[in-house]
Design a protein around this ligand. Sequence first.
Ligand SMILES: NC(=O)c1ccc[n+]([C@@H]2O[C@H](COP(=O)([O-])OP(=O)(O)OC[C@H]3O[C@@H](n4cnc5c(N)ncnc54)[C@H](O)[C@@H]3O)[C@@H](O)[C@H]2O)c1
Length: 470
Amino acid sequence: MRRIKIAMLGCGGVAHLYLPVFKYLKEAQLVALVDIDEGKAKHLAERYGVEKVYSDVEEAASDPEIDAVIVGTPPNLHAEHVEVCASSGKHILCEKPMASTVGDCQRIIDACRKNGVKLQMAHMKRFMRGNQMVKSIVDSGCMGKIFMAECHWDCAVPHLIGTYRETEEAAGGNLQDHGPHAFDLVRWWTGNDILQVSASIRIVHPQRPTEDTAVVVLEHENGMVSFYHMTRVSYGREHWQDLYRIYGTDATLVVRNDHHFPTTSLESPEIVLYRPGGCIQRYDLGHPWNLDDTVVQNNPFYNQLKAFCECILNDTEPRVTGEDGMHVMEAVIAAYVSSLKGIKVKLPFREDVDLRELFREIKERDGKNLKYDYTIDNLPKPAVSLKAPLYAFRPPRTKEKWSDEEHGMIGEAGYDALTTSLKRSCICRTRAASTTGTSERRSWRCKAEDRVELPGGLYSPKSGQLPYEG
Ligand SMILES: NC(=O)c1ccc[n+]([C@@H]2O[C@H](COP(=O)([O-])OP(=O)(O)OC[C@H]3O[C@@H](n4cnc5c(N)ncnc54)[C@H](O)[C@@H]3O)[C@@H](O)[C@H]2O)c1
């Protein structure tokens, strides 16, 4: 079988999610890594046995060996990188959010169309087995007519401050980051396009230039309405809340993904169908006995890449199109506009909006009413201090040795202690608190020199990230 030769653009967080699955893909081969930070690319090249490393996207695009690229750079660069690669005939798997403006989404679609290359949007949540099960339940018709859906997505991630996800340059925020996934899932599950958007957006954390809190109401085709509650200022749960409810005239379906990380966990998400008369049906996805088979079956990045390669090999329509990506980005931007202007915004929404300006206005207007006066160094302190030094849970290293190291791993026990303390919303005083942002549930990479004391979360303000799923 012909194998699609792929290059990864951007060797940050999301690359750590893609690279491990290549060894299972018989349809693809990873041939090059690209990052302006060449050290990052080289590090991953060594780890995953990739021969070619580029520090420039144009240079990579001119490599004739490369058939396709995964665009995993920050969203404000997607359009530029897609144009460069598509014009060299490379097929495109583009990370969400598709771009920071609707105009750039259109540039991406146009560049791929003009050059006759495939464009698949990386809405990987469609490739999660639990979400596919939800789709088949809704499609079966057993829920009757779907009239409403709701999504709750919240987490405590102050460590994202200063990263591209929250810079003015990328013009993103929590809704831009996760809204595309949530809007896309609800639209895909129910088959109802978005017609109108209204929203209230806030920037709660004073150090944030972009939005961290959103309540959005979408009106869809067929009279369906959906609403979304999303915030990055939430201390109630161990990692994040990732919950959907879908309401049909004959049944209600609840889908909870919070307690496992879909790229690594073998656990089934919680999928429960409630019907009249107290009838409750639980869906357990189960898994095979063999670990490799389980990875292949569960991993959304594997399944997404496989689908991408298949659409190139068989010359078929991608499972998630550029139009899918643009539709949800229009809704995200419409939500920001709705909040600022106090209006409902209809789709299609093709206005060019300067989000940086818009966020400044939102901050100026709503910030006056928000009396929060905390910074990363001055967060409110909870009453109880658990004081769980992480070095106590580490594998057999001495404390001294650990503190000399740059990085280390928190073992399973450390993980459990951490999550327990987070559940209790206690302070954890720790010497080591950052992660790669994409690390597996049970192996967090830590920076040793940081000492951070914060409620509800452990992190390194400068360099660290808690496990975070975009
Ligand atoms: N679906 C998911 O679960 C998921 C998870 C994480 C990230 N993402 C998406 O992936 C994209 C990247 O996110 P991330 O978390 O990996 O970001 P990141 O900041 O960790 O990594 C981005 C990388 O791009 C590199 N880069 C920046 N400018 C570049 C340029 N001009 N040329 C080449 N490389 C350049 C940076 O050096 C960095 O290594 C975003 O669109 C994000 O939303 C998706």
